[in-house]
Design a protein around this ligand. Structure first.
Ligand code: S3P
Length: 176
């Protein structure tokens, strides 16, 4: 089985994903980093040179490849679940966890980050709110939702671990 984190930019997919991967002794894979390694250029550079459609195509190829893997914690990019095929593929042998956060918290975490091309706009808070509304239906397509708006990462981590225990991915004492 795999564990797949989805959710908007700045909701903590990579941070929490790494913690959960360490707890499970699973490999951690971030789809954006994988795409960047493959392409030899940054996500921002792919968007700038070839457009979002090309990026989404590479993202779908990566989803297909990862769906064949096992014992991985996968953090998808924020737009990863917009293509329902990506989720259906990973759901076959994976549990999907959506992370959420309030728009101002997201802005605080990623607002000044130059690596997110979709937020290079005059009013990033408005863009965050609009995209969240548009994407809500896709982010709901999951097995568990955890809000990370609070400062306590431990709490979000514990909620994920409790869920994975219930699902039999880990048991109480042996975390592998
Ligand atoms: C995107 C989110 C980014 C990255 C790309 C597009 C999105 O990933 O895939 O900039 O559409 O929300 P993170 O959520 O890891 O920032």
């Amino acid at each position: 089985m795999n564990v797949v984190f989805i959710g908007f930019m700045g909701t903590g997919k990579s941070t929490l994903g790494k913690l959960i991967a360490a707890a499970l002794s699973y490999e951690f894979v971030d789809t954006d980093r994988l795409i960047e390694e493959r392409e030899g250029r940054s996500v921002a550079a792919i968007f700038a040179a070839d457009g979002e459609a090309r990026f989404r195509k590479i993202e779908a190829e990566v989803a297909r490849e990862l769906s064949r893997g096992d014992r991985m914690v996968i953090a998808g990019g924020g737009g990863f679940p917009i293509n329902p095929d990506n989720i259906e593929l990973l759901r076959k042998n994976g549990l999907i966890i959506t992370l959420t956060a309030l728009p101002p918290v997201i802005l605080e975490r990623v607002g000044r980050d130059q690596t997110r091309p979709l937020l290079h706009v005059p009013d990033p808070l408005q863009t965050i709110e609009t995209l969240l509304r548009e994407r809500a239906v896709f982010y709901r397509n999951c097995d568990l939702t955890v809000d990370t708006s609070g400062a306590e990462l431990n709490e979000a981590e514990e909620k994920c671990l409790e869920f994975l225990r219930k699902k039999g991915i880990i048991n109480g004492k042996n975390q592998s």
